[in-house]
Design a protein around this ligand. Structure first.
Ligand code: URA
Length: 240
């Protein structure tokens, strides 16, 4: 990879900062001062130092984001901002991507990583990774809906696996409910379509959990952080 990309990926600085640091002669490659940002290096073989300190390259990174509404959970989009626009240079330089999709108007837990193997395992139907959502609903959800969810809802293009619906509260006067839904799949608009099948409408949808990973309530919408070691270990163990 290019030397400047490597330096950004090692958290030395942003692209511009790294360029200046190279110009200032603060970087050596295999003991030789190197000023060219374009130099191709092999991060597994070459020894890169910054101000004399050897840089260690971290191949895989894992971030938890509290995705806000209005951004797309994709790596690029011709019209809208994507979740990558919320990251910083270092995270972007790692070429992370979102694991699974949330609708543009859904907010909450989103995992971003460049670990394709983990992403694939989490999304594979074989692993049945549960996703839990909190939804505000227009209409009154009832016990019969709990049973409909538990049986497996037949939608037009597929039949949902049995899902758990918990009714947190209903307000007859305002004609609204709050529910918690757990599904093992992740089909397009799935929760909204399951609720619509019961004759009600999701007006706000938030993902709270994905497998062992739980949305950090200290993360404001649009904020993100690295997974802790415990979170990562639990996630990796869950798909092993
Ligand atoms: N179900 C939906 O309907 N939308 C999402 O974004 C996620 C699950």
């Amino acid at each position: 990879m290019r030397l400047d990309k490597f330096l950004v990926a090692c958290a030395v600085g942003s692209r511009t900062e790294v360029k200046n640091m190279l110009k200032a002669g603060r970087v050596t490659v295999n003991g030789k001062k190197e000023k060219s940002a374009k130099l191709q290096i092999d991060e597994k073989i070459d020894e890169i130092r910054f101000d004399g300190q050897v840089l260690e390259y971290e191949e895989f990174v894992y971030y938890m984001m509290n995705k806000p509404q209005g951004v797309i959970s994709a790596t690029e989009d011709p019209k809208h901002r994507t979740v990558l626009d919320l990251l910083d240079d270092l995270a972007r330089s790692k070429e992370v991507f979102p694991v699974g999709r949330l609708d543009i108007d859904t907010h909450g837990l989103l995992l971003l990583t460049n670990d394709g193997k983990l992403a694939h395992a989490l999304l594979s139907p074989k692993h049945h990774v549960d996703k839990t959502y909190l939804a505000q609903v227009k209409g009154i959800m009832a016990q019969e809906d709990v049973e409909i969810f538990a049986k497996g809802i037949p939608l037009k293009d597929f039949t949902c696996q049995p899902a758990r619906l918990e009714i947190l509260y209903t307000d007859a006067e305002k004609n609204q409910s709050q529910i918690c839904v757990t599904i093992a799949e992740g089909k397009f608009h799935q929760v909204k379509r399951m609720v619509a099948y019961c004759g009600k409408e999701v007006v706000d949808l938030q993902r709270l959990a994905m497998g062992t990973l739980i949305l950090d309530e200290n993360l404001q919408r649009g904020e993100w952080r690295r997974l802790t070691e415990e979170e990562l270990e639990a996630l990796l163990a869950s798909i092993a």
